[in-house]
Design a protein. Structure first.
Length: 439
């Protein structure tokens, strides 16, 4: 069957276009469908590996360093199984992690063969952003979205989640795809898109969606994006941008004052979280007071951080295995309350505790490379179209690997799908951008 499909190039291209177009929508649906599409592309990679000599030649010639990097990181993940006391939890996600690597490499090859894939993917994200915006407005106004999913209520604040239901992922999704879609719109430079100010429209919609989602990390991601986006503008546009952004910020702050009050209060309450100081067994009276020092985001975050460090100390080189923190943290020797969760809620602490110090350095090196590249572009002060696209597109990788701040699980399927989509397109642009711009 595969032989018939791939001999018919028109049919194969149609399948690839459909899969690429559906991928962003699949991510909104939850972890299953995007993982299915990623796995499908991984199987296509295996097919090309044995059937297409041009594929092997192209990948080795153009992405040899990246292949070595992927291979080293994958080996480190497999080696983490040596120390795992919970193989039933860690073996499958460790072994099948290769599907994300295969997905990245096959996407790089397919994008080189057919530039229409990039256009279809851009249209898909643009449409999805607009659909999510209208769905969110419906949910905000009527209490339910088009699928009758209710918003989450927090005192006098409506926490909008749109298609993500009970999960607070809306802000994360928007903030992680915004740099990618804006960089692609700059690349395509479509007259119709420019006429209707599509880039500016998407940025405005994203700001509103992220505020309504009440996700603080997403707000930080947005601010980082705006910081780098500002440098892509010429002097006149910078002035106009500052003026419009200031007016818009005042309107948003006034219109959503209860949201910003929630941001401040919840952040303060977590950083200086109250602790029990009096709890007499002879009385119902309990006295609480704020912590006399700032915590690492919250007592729960700090205790998970400290527990992860202790786990790392006992398994320095290769960690305890993917998805083992949730089990390791339960051990009584880690004598801290509120120390457990499915993951430590920080990328680098998770890397240290689950896959060891070598994986930590590999990923931190990637972060440093992208940070250095972006600040080099800014300091160079030559904002060509090439530099604009790379600067903005890099942000999608940069925010995913930020140290110190809370994060989702690095090895989570949903997060990995988003990261490797960004990475595949980023690597493709860096290798082919000059050729794409000249067309």
């Amino acid at each position: 069957m595969l032989n018939l499909i791939f001999k018919n190039k028109d049919l194969a291209n149609s399948i690839f276009l459909i899969l690429i177009f559906l991928l962003p929508f699949a991510i909104v649906s939850g972890p299953f469908l995007p993982d299915l599409i990623i796995t499908t592309f991984a199987l296509i990679f295996i097919f090309y590996l044995f059937k297409d000599k041009n594929f092997i030649y192209y990948i080795k010639k153009n992405y040899f360093f990246e292949i070595i990097f992927f291979l080293v990181f994958y080996i480190l993940i497999i080696l983490s199984l040596i120390n795992s006391n919970f193989l039933s939890s860690s073996f499958l996600p460790s072994f099948f992690y290769f599907r994300f690597i295969f997905f990245t490499l096959i996407i790089l090859y397919l994008l080189n063969l057919n530039q229409e894939l990039l256009k279809f993917f851009t249209i898909s994200i643009v449409l999805l952003f607009i659909v999510i915006f209208f769905d969110s407005i419906i949910q905000f106004t009527f209490g339910k979205n088009i699928f009758l999913q209710k918003y989450n209520d927090h005192i006098d604040v409506k926490i909008i989640t749109s298609f993500f239901g009970d999960e607070k992922k809306l802000g994360s999704f928007i903030s992680r795809f915004l740099p990618l879609v804006i960089s692609l719109l700059i690349l395509l430079d479509n007259k119709l898109y420019n006429k209707y100010k599509l880039k500016e429209l998407l940025i405005t919609l994203s700001i509103m969606l992220i505020i309504l989602s009440t996700e603080r990390v997403a707000i930080l991601n947005l601010l980082i994006f705006i910081f780098f986006y500002f440098f892509t503008l010429n002097k006149l546009k910078k002035v106009v941008f500052c003026l419009i952004f200031s007016i818009f910020a005042i309107i948003i702050t006034y219109s959503f004052s209860n949201y910003f009050e929630k941001f401040y209060k919840s952040t303060y309450d977590q950083i200086f979280e109250k602790e029990l100081v009096t709890n007499s067994p002879f009385s119902h009276y309990k006295e609480y007071r704020y912590s006399d020092r700032p915590l690492y985001f919250s007592r729960n975050h700090e205790n998970m951080f400290l527990t992860s460090v202790e786990i790392f100390k006992e398994n320095i080189f290769f960690g305890t295995g993917i998805k083992t923190f949730r089990e390791e943290c339960k051990k009584k020797k880690y004598n801290l309350e509120q120390r457990c969760s499915t993951h430590p809620h920080n990328t680098y602490i998770q890397l240290l505790s689950e896959t060891g110090i070598f994986s930590f350095f590999v990923i931190f090196l990637v972060f440093l490379i992208y940070a250095f590249e972006n600040f080099k572009i800014i300091l160079n002060n030559k904002m060509t179209k090439y530099n604009k696209i790379i600067l903005i597109n890099n942000v999608g990788i940069f925010i995913h690997l930020l140290p110190l701040i809370p994060s989702g699980s690095f090895y989570n399927n949903w997060m990995s799908c988003i990261f490797f989509i960004n990475l595949a397109i980023n690597l493709h642009l860096k290798k082919n951008l000059k050729k794409l711009i000249s067309k």
